[in-house]
Structure formats: C-alpha cells, structure tokens
Design a protein. Structure first.
Length: 95
C-alpha cells in the first residue's frame, strides 16, 4: 500500500477513534515501529497498525505502554464487525 493510501485510511480510522473507546500503543512486537490502534465497538474489537508518519492524526487517542488484551480477531473478522457496525448505524438513522 502506498503512503498516500495509508494516510487516507489513517484519517478514517482516526475518525472512528474519536467515536468509540480506543487506545494506541506499541502492541505488536513483529512491527515495533508501527503503533497499534484498538477500538472497542458494540460489534467487537477492531485494530489497525498505524504508520509512524500517521501517528499525528491520533493525538486525541489515549496512549498505552502496557499490553492490552487483543481478542484474537482476524482481518476478515475485523471487517465483518465493521460491516455490522455500519449496518446498525445506518438502520438507526433511517428507523
């Protein structure tokens, strides 16, 4: 993924982090230079690796230095949770 695409994604994830409880920290030893943002949503936990160049977008998110519990979700599960969250939100606005 290009830097531009990561930056675009980071803007959207930063917006989600302003809506849902979240924290950011160095939680992935296999990617020590990239922070991990974790959201806690009504449909389940979601997390993304954040490029060092994009961390500035997350100044509103509490940082953590301790290992927070990761629920073991896969990328497919994360995006299924996001789809359910989007569907629920859209239904609430039209209902």
């Amino acid at each position: 993924m290009s830097d531009t695409v990561y930056r675009e994604r980071a803007h959207l994830v930063a917006h989600l982090a302003a809506i849902y409880p979240s924290h950011i920290g160095p939680n992935d030893p296999s990617e020590p230079d990239w922070a991990v943002l974790t959201l806690e949503t009504p449909t389940g936990q979601m997390s993304w690796h954040i490029s060092p160049e994009d961390v500035d977008l997350f100044s509103h998110v509490p940082t953590t230095t301790d290992e927070r519990a990761w629920d073991g979700h896969t990328t497919d599960e994360k995006y299924e949770r996001l789809r359910r969250l989007t569907t629920q939100r859209a239904a609430a606005q039209t209902g």
